[in-house]
Design a protein around this ligand. Structure first.
Ligand code: DDQ
Length: 254
């Protein structure tokens, strides 16, 4: 592409309002990898006392259960009604929250067997959720560049934070995880994970997992098959996966 065409296409992208993409990135260190026998549409991933819980999306296919890392089995514990699209998960010390996309509902579940305890009304799009145990608040995302800080019991909004990098808003913040006093997030439809400073919303670090995703050699062009799902293990170790990915990686984000 010559310089003129390049500027023309950049201008077109700008006119079309394509969000600013995340700049610069580190690669990740892979510690281990585990299979998922029957790939699912992963929307939420969370470690609860050494067990890995996974929530899926799609209407009629939204489930929640344990991933057995030894066998690769997804042990489904519960299923959402067909008209709910499951989204992010987060565990407080007392229960697990499961979000829905556009159904204005968030579900509270028990930590030991994921039984449904309560469904509460929630206004707006539900994407990611992360419990900040230090401040005792839940952070949520809705596909924009804005994160919302909420009461962990009622999900009532307390404050908002705009995610930026070099003064540009970073939109499509998706699955969230709180760790190391920061928020780690997938950026929807990218292979990138960003670490967000929760005081000022600035992106502190970016990791690009494109090399790992390319090793999976997907042959179809399913645009929904994207990196998604982050669960904190310890320190800088995380489990990460994607929607319809046959694998969960244990990685170090440092
Ligand atoms: N979200 O998880 C990023 C919030 C939404 C993913 C939507 C993927 C589209 C699947 C087809 C939806 C059918 C209505």
């Amino acid at each position: 592409m010559n310089v003129k065409d390049r500027y023309k296409s950049l201008f077109l992208l700008w006119i079309l309002g394509v969000p600013v993409t995340v700049q610069a990135a580190d690669s990740v260190l892979v510690i281990d990898q585990y299979p998922i026998n029957e790939p699912v549409f992963t929307q939420g991933l969370e470690v609860i006392e050494n067990r890995l819980v996974l929530g899926t999306g799609l209407y009629g296919e939204s489930e929640i259960g344990w991933i057995d890392l030894e066998t690769g089995d997804f042990q489904v514990q519960d299923q959402l009604d067909d008209d709910y699209f499951g989204e992010g998960l987060t565990a407080t010390s007392d229960y697990l929250w499961q979000f829905t996309w556009r159904e204005e509902k968030a579900f509270k579940r028990s930590l030991n067997d994921l039984t449904l305890l309560e469904g509460i009304y929630f206004e707006g799009d539900g994407w990611g959720m992360a419990y900040d145990d230090k401040a005792d608040v839940i952070w949520t995302s809705d596909g924009s560049a804005q994160l919302t800080k909420r009461d962990p019991e009622t999900l009532v909004a307390l404050d908002t934070l705009t995610v930026t990098q070099n003064n540009q808003m970073i939109e499509r913040i998706n699955e969230l995880e709180y760790a190391n006093e920061a928020i780690y997030a997938n950026v929807w439809q990218t292979n990138k994970i960003v670490k967000i400073n929760i005081e000022d919303g600035q992106v502190e670090q970016v990791w690009d997992l494109t090399d790992l995703v390319e090793e999976l050699h997907f042959t179809d062009a399913n645009p929904d098959r994207v990196l998604n799902g982050i669960a904190h293990l310890e320190g800088e170790r995380f489990y990460v996966t994607g929607k319809l990915f046959p694998i969960i990686w244990e990685v170090e984000l440092n």
